[in-house]
Design a protein. Structure first.
Length: 214
């Protein structure tokens, strides 16, 4: 791990270039089927509901699973990931861009999901991202997102052969932020790293929060 504190480095560009370079390995290393935690959301939505996938990657397994019943729009900063997502999930809509620059109508979405993605944004942007999602959700809309347990200063490290950037607050900070925005926290649970069993990945535990717009 190396501190990500160089003012001359654009860390969003670093994330974009990194995922463009490792997209093929990332796509093949991820689990092909969504875990049971996704039913927290899907069991509460009608068929055809509108869902935003923040940091959708190559679209597998989350966007592909959701697209079987719902209208999914995925956003990712990596053009290579978006190309793969469009091939993997042709029935969904995908946008290449920084989620902080995407504009969606207010009260437009039934739900938003973000799996293993928010921590690639500078953490000072996380509260505004969550506020944007809140505005985009319809009243009663849901948020399902992986976050982080520990409050860690931004850092970079090797990831699938590229340099990758992480930045996050701790879980208690996120709980406070989402409740201040207006979400009701419905459940907090735990998920693993999301890789296929064949991949030799170190054990990880990520908090998964499930919240609802008032």
């Amino acid at each position: 791990m190396k501190p990500a504190d160089d003012s001359k480095v654009n860390y969003k560009d670093l994330v974009q270039r990194g995922y463009n370079s490792c997209a093929a390995e990332y796509d093949t290393s991820r689990q092909r089927e969504a875990g049971p935690e996704l039913t927290l959301l899907t069991s509460r939505l009608r068929d055809g509901a509108t869902i935003l996938d923040v940091g959708c990657g190559a679209g597998v397994p989350i966007a592909r699973t959701l697209s079987q019943r719902f209208a999914v729009t995925g956003v990712d900063i990596s053009g290579e990931m978006i190309s793969r997502a469009r091939a993997n999930v042709p029935q969904a809509t995908f946008i290449k861009g920084d989620i902080m620059s995407v504009e969606l109508p207010p009260s437009h979405l039934d739900a938003a999901v973000a799996f293993y993605s928010i921590f690639h944004l500078p953490r000072e942007e996380h509260p505004e991202l969550l506020r944007r999602i809140y505005r985009w959700l319809k009243p009663g809309g849901y948020l399902l997102a992986t976050l982080s347990y520990l409050n860690e200063a931004p850092y970079t490290e090797d990831y699938l052969g590229v340099t990758m950037y992480w930045s996050n607050y701790g879980l208690e900070d996120y709980k406070r932020i989402i409740e201040e925005i207006g979400f009701t926290l419905l459940k907090t649970t735990v998920v693993g790293h999301g890789y296929r069993e064949e991949v030799q990945a170190s054990e990880e535990r990520h908090p998964l929060i499930f919240a609802r717009k008032a």
